[in-house]
Design a protein around this ligand. Sequence first.
Ligand code: OAD
Length: 273
Amino acid sequence: MIETAQLNLWQEAVEKAKRVTVLTGAGISAESGIPTFRGKEGYWTVGSKEYHPQEMATHSMFLRQPLEVWKWYCYRRSVCSNVDPNPGHMALVELEKKLGDQFCLITQNVDGLHLRAGNTTARTFQIHGNIQFMRCSAECTTELYPVPDFIPVTPVRREFPTELLRKLRCPKCDSPARPHVLWFDEVYDEKFYRFESSLQIAAETDLLLVVGTSGATTLPNHIVRLVVQKGGMVFDINLDANPFGELAVSYGGVALIGPSGELLPELISALQN
Ligand code: OAD
C-alpha cells in the first residue's frame, strides 16, 4: 500500500510535469517469470567450463564461440517468448496512453515485454537491445531482423540444432548475424541503443519513475543523475533499498519498497481518480 501523502506527491508531480520518463530494469519482468541477469539460471556450461553471463554476453565470446553464444541467446529468447507481460508492464501502457508525447520509457530489458504489453516503439528506448531481433555482425546495414521462425521458442538448453544456428545470417550480405543486444565489451551508441536520445530525454525530464533496477550499468546512472541535477523529481520502485531509492529521497522524491506488479498499478490508478 502506498501512503496517501506519497500518492498526493505523485499526482501533483505528474500534473506539473512537462516530461515524465520511466526507467525500467530486470525487476519489472521478474514477476513475469524472467530470471534476473545475474542469477544462477543465467550461467552456461561449455564443455567442462561454466560461464557467467558477463562472459557469455560479450563480443569477444561471439568471435570465439559464435554458435555457443547463439545457443545461449536462443535459450534466453525462448524463456522470454514463453512468458507474458505482468500488471506492472500493463500499468505503464496506461501511463503512456494518458500522457502521450509527454511520456518516454527507457528500458534496460531485452525481453521485449514492454512492446508486447502495448507501449509504442516510438516512445520506448530499448537501450540494451531486444533479444527477439538480430542484425548484421559486419554492420553492412543497421537494419534489425526478427529472429527467424525456424528458431524454436521451446526452452532447450544444450541440444540446440547447430545446423539451424549456422543459417542465422545477414539477409543482405550473408555475414553471420548477431543478437541485437549490447554486450559487456561494447559501448552505447545512438544508432542501435538510442544513447544520445536517452540523455536528451533525461535532460528534459521533470519526473522520473525508476522501476526494478540495481543501477549496475552506466547509462541508467547518467540518466538518474542528470534528472536530479536539472531539478527533476525521482520516484523509485524496488523490492529492496538501493542507491536510486536513496538518491530519490535525498532530492525530495520517494522510494517505494515492494513489487512493481503491485505498486505501479496503484500509482497509475491514482491518476485516473
Ligand atoms: P539487476 O538484476 O541488476 O537488478 C534487478 C533489480 O530489480 C534489483 O534491484 C531487485 O531488487 C529489483 N527487483 C527484483 N524483483 C522486483 C520486483 N518484483 N519489483 C521491483 N523490483 C524488483 O537488473 P538491472 O538493473 O536491469 O546489461 O541490470 C541492468 C543490466 O545489468 C542488464 O540490462 C544487463 C546487466 O549488465 C547488459 O546486458 C548490458
